[in-house]
Design a protein around this ligand. Structure first.
Ligand code: URA
Length: 216
């Protein structure tokens, strides 16, 4: 069962010390959302707020992500959100390739458990996990047609810019909005898959969550 597999992963991630990131974390950030989500979003790495709260996209990028989802007729409650690494890199630096590699079995097992129709990557680091040769400036906003890895052939890979990119460069926001609408169209309208029957999985610290998406 999806829920059982995801709960096992939450516990394993909480106990993980496979890379150096483990020593600096406050909380692990395994991911949260709908176990039967058709859409899985994969971001880069937890930041300071995520590290404190044990939740992905809990800060300013998360606020924008929620707005982008809402604007496209999607809802954060209907997706599953995680990151390439489950612990915060120090000083918000980019996760290193060895850290992403040592965390990749968790991500693969989350994808396997959820079995989404679409994995949408947020930013170039997440895209590189699945499409090492891809250039985000060219690949964003459409199902990825090139060589892929770490993804079953039936799962659509959909690259998006990272919301933080639009926070730094406001000109990217309309592009992200348009890309999110294209993603919603791909999933089929209405995109509120599973609404009303949601079982949301959160962190070991806070257990099951019924509410997601706060800024800061
Ligand atoms: N918060 C996350 O959880 N991941 C990111 O990539 C950025 C902010």
């Amino acid at each position: 069962m999806r829920e059982v597999a995801l709960n096992v992963l939450v516990s394993e991630i909480a106990a993980c010390s496979a890379c150096a990131l483990a020593s600096g974390r406050t909380a692990t950030v395994p991911g949260e959302g709908l176990a039967s989500a058709k859409l899985m979003l994969v971001g880069e790495a937890p930041g300071a707020r995520e590290d404190r709260e044990g939740r992905p996209f809990a800060g300013a990028s998360g606020t924008l992500l929620n707005q982008l989802l809402d604007g496209a007729g999607l809802s954060r409650n209907d997706v599953f959100i995680t990151n390439t690494v489950k612990c915060r890199p120090p000083d918000n630096r980019d996760p290193r390739a060895d850290e992403i590699a040592s965390c990749s079995t968790f991500l693969s097992r989350q994808i396997e458990a959820i079995s989404p129709q679409v994995v949408a990557t947020l930013g170039r680091h997440a895209l590189a996990v699945f499409a090492p040769g891809a250039v985000i400036g060219e690949a964003h906003g459409a199902p990825y047609q090139g060589e892929r890895q770490n993804l079953h052939s039936g799962v659509i890979l959909f690259p998006l810019y990272h919301p933080a990119a639009a926070l730094h460069n406001g000109k990217l926001r309309p592009t992200l909005e348009e890309d999110m609408r294209a993603l919603a169209a791909l999933l089929g309208a209405p995109a509120r898959v599973g609404a009303g029957t949601a079982t949301l999985y959160g962190t070991p610290q806070e257990g099951v969550r019924a509410e997601a998406g706060r800024g800061g």
